[in-house]
Design a protein around this ligand. Structure first.
Ligand SMILES: [Zn+2]
Length: 260
């Protein structure tokens, strides 16, 4: 029986499925050259350092337009794999692509944040603002429907400091953006005690091991009925104390899902 077949069997047999999605799924900007309007905008920003606040917005526009099909395909395969199961998914990716893959978004948490909300850069408060309006203004500039001088960096209505995206790239990250989902996750984890739990860790490296890697190992160790699949190109090794519950699969996790 291949490891993939064992994985499918364990999922079918599991009461609950815990999924971790990590660094191997991070988006990059390698195809930005295909979007001349965005490239032109970035050139303008480069010549005007006071406009550097626009860069993350342009990156987000790129991700939305590019719609990496390989990545979506991998996520769709993952969704199909667990569609009938009671699952919870954690991801450290901030690009938000997984929210467009038809999975249950209520069963996901992104502790590193994303591009949907803005926060005060000084973290004077924990309020979050919708990024849509600013995004539309920038889009209008890119489409040459609006002059550059009309663009203004949004500021905090309480302290006047600039607003930035509510994700881990913010110097003073406002964690309130994900805490409600995180609470759901920890409650869900309590359900896993003494249950048949299948843990699928996909492409999670050592950038932030405290979010998935180490806690997953611990959960697998303490749960007698757990099975633990670690799929990773370079860091596929499992600690010894996971014992026979652990199966390590060497390979890129995105490709692994696409080939299911
Ligand atoms: Zn503020």
């Amino acid at each position: 029986m291949s490891k993939t077949e064992i994985l499918k069997e364990k999922i079918a047999d599991a009461d609950l499925v815990l999924i971790g999605v990590g660094e191997e799924f991070n988006e990059n900007f390698s195809k930005i050259g295909d979007y001349p309007k965005l490239v032109r905008a970035l050139e303008v920003v480069e010549k005007n350092p006071q406009l550097s606040w626009l860069v993350p917005y342009l990156e987000q526009m790129y991700l939305a337009q590019y719609e990496n099909q390989e990545l979506l395909e991998a996520y769709e395969k993952l969704g199909a794999l667990v569609q009938d199961k009671n699952y919870f998914l954690i991801t450290t990716c901030i690009d938000g692509r997984i929210y467009h893959a038809g999975m249950n978004n209520e069963k996901m948490v992104s502790p590193c944040g994303g591009y949907r909300k803005l926060q005060c850069s000084a973290k004077c408060c924990t309020q979050l603002w919708d990024a849509d309006e600013v995004m539309q203004d920038i889009q209008a500039w890119i489409e040459e429907e609006r002059d550059l001088t009309a663009l203004q960096q949004p500021v905090c209505e309480h302290c006047g400091k600039p607003l930035v995206f509510n994700n881990i790239m913010a110097e003073n990250y406002v964690e309130e953006g994900y805490l409600e989902q995180w609470e759901k996750y920890t409650k869900w984890l309590q359900l896993t005690l003494n249950k048949k739990l299948c843990i699928i860790e996909l492409g999670v490296g050592m950038n932030m091991p405290g979010i998935m890697r180490w806690p997953f190992e611990k959960i697998a160790f303490y749960n007698q009925k757990a099975s633990f699949f670690r799929i990773n190109q370079a860091l596929y090794q499992l600690p010894e104390d996971v014992g026979e519950k652990g199966i390590s699969i060497e390979g890129n996790a995105k490709e692994f899902l696409r080939n299911l």
